[in-house]
Design a protein around this ligand. Structure first.
Ligand code: SF4
Ligand code: SF4
Length: 143
């Protein structure tokens, strides 16, 4: 699917992950998907070196995303002159996708709205397994 966000213009990826899930998950499969440019990262050019940090949503209802991202924007602008136009937020699959463990985050629309109000581009998904893709095609998963 074509991407409306020009990822060649981005320098920095902020990966936001589910706070509850991250109490157990180290996030390795997200990192691997980014490294291999698969799943939600497949549209990022392989030959471009992006910087990336990961943070959790801070717990339900995800409101801390606003504080964390505004603080990040202020600091990175001051330290390095990097602006919001050069940054993209990627929501992890445990937030956006129906999967074996759970349906998507019940606060997904709220989190997207908070990020949009800050003026940052936001994209969905990180790691996407072949099994989940198959179940999605079969209509067993809805996102
Ligand atoms: S998408 Fe998977 S690997 Fe990434 S934080 Fe969520 S559960 Fe962990
Ligand atoms: S708001 Fe969503 S993403 Fe954040 S902890 Fe709750 S369920 Fe997870």
């Amino acid at each position: 699917m074509p991407d409306s966000i020009d990822l060649t213009q981005k320098q920095y990826i902020v990966l936001v992950q589910c706070h509850i899930v991250k109490e157990r998950c180290p996030g390795y499969l997200c990192e691997k998907a980014f490294h291999e440019r698969t799943g939600g990262f497949s549209q990022y050019p392989k030959d471009k070196a992006y910087r990336m940090l990961s943070m959790t949503c801070g717990g339900c209802c995800g409101r801390a995303v606003h504080r964390k991202l505004t603080q990040f924007l202020r600091t990175i602008a001051k330290k390095e002159g990097i602006t919001k136009e050069q940054i993209v937020v990627q929501l992890s699959s445990c937030i956006t996708n129906d999967n074996y463990h759970a349906p998507p985050c019940p606060h997904l629309d709220y989190i997207r709205t908070v990020i949009a109000r800050i003026g940052l581009d936001v994209r969905d998904a990180s790691v996407v397994s072949a099994t989940s893709e198959k179940r999605r095609r079969e209509g067993r998963y809805h996102s």
